[in-house]
Design a protein around this ligand. Structure first.
Ligand code: UP5
Ligand code: MG
Length: 207
């Protein structure tokens, strides 16, 4: 049977530092970083995409795009990276390592992944960045003021994003744990360097 790539799901509130920490993990531990949000924004910006308007509506409202769209974008990106690695003859790190940033965010995401991807991958754990709501909001507003260009870095969208986290994302953590995807919580309130010290310690115990 073909080897399966390792997957780590990375979750946490908007602005908890998922993207910031994933960049560092990718570099130090040889992971490919795939942000579900970035893939959705890329799809939204693709001229002629049939999903552009739908994706933008969900992003502005902080609601979750149907899993068929997100999971296919993730699978395509994983396949692309795996093919590139195979073509370059790189067989280090087994079948590869992927950080899936910002997914799964609700029950629909979780079930869609189980159906489409669970048998093809080896999910090791869920890395959860634990950050107080007011810190998350402040970071995103600051990023918006600095010109992020993100249509959801505003107070109204942030209120909705936080609601979705509380009502839809947090409830699936138990389900992940029961499936055998342990939840590894890391405090994310301190500086990015300090958070990464704890992240590194966790990853060193696995890789
Ligand atoms: N920053 C980071 N770490 C810091 C620290 N320790 N101290 C001080 N500042 C820190 O960081 C955010 C900002 O904070 C940056 O300016 C950074 O410098 C600073 P970042 O690393 O970008 O945080 P992150 O958690 O990645 O924040 P992001 O805004 O990307 O989180 P979201 O989860 O809200 O956004 P995402 O792109 O994942 O999703 C957006 C939307 O897409 C969702 O709301 C949803 O509508 C849709 N979506 C789906 O529908 N399905 C999916 O599967 C995924 C997304
Ligand atoms: Mg992000």
């Amino acid at each position: 049977m073909a080897q399966k790539p390792d997957v780590i799901f990375v979750l946490g509130g908007p602005g908890s530092g998922k993207g910031t920490q994933c960049l560092r993990i990718a570099k130090d531990f040889n992971f490919v970083h795939l942000s579900a949000g970035d893939l959705l924004r890329e799809e939204r910006n693709t001229p002629g995409s049939q999903f552009g308007d739908l994706i933008e509506t969900h992003i502005r409202n902080g609601t979750i795009v149907p899993v068929e769209i997100t999971c296919s974008l993730l699978e395509n990106a994983m396949n692309k990276h795996s093919a590139q690695r195979a073509a370059s003859g790189d067989s280090s790190f087994g079948a590869g390592r992927f950080l899936i940033d910002g997914f799964p965010r609700n029950l629909d995401n979780y079930e869609g992944w189980q159906k489409q991807m669970a048998d093809k991958t080896n999910v090791r754990f869920v890395l959860y960045f634990d950050c107080p709501q007011e810190v998350c909001v402040e970071r995103c507003l600051k990023r918006g003021q600095a010109g992020s260009g993100r249509s959801d870095d505003n107070e109204e969208s942030l209120r909705k994003r936080m609601n979705t986290l509380l009502n839809e994302t947090l409830p699936i953590l138990d389900l992940c744990e029961k499936t055998g995807y342990p939840i590894k919580k890391i405090k994310a309130i301190n500086s990015a360097d300090e958070v990464f010290t704890d992240v590194k310690q966790l990853f060193q115990s696995y890789y």
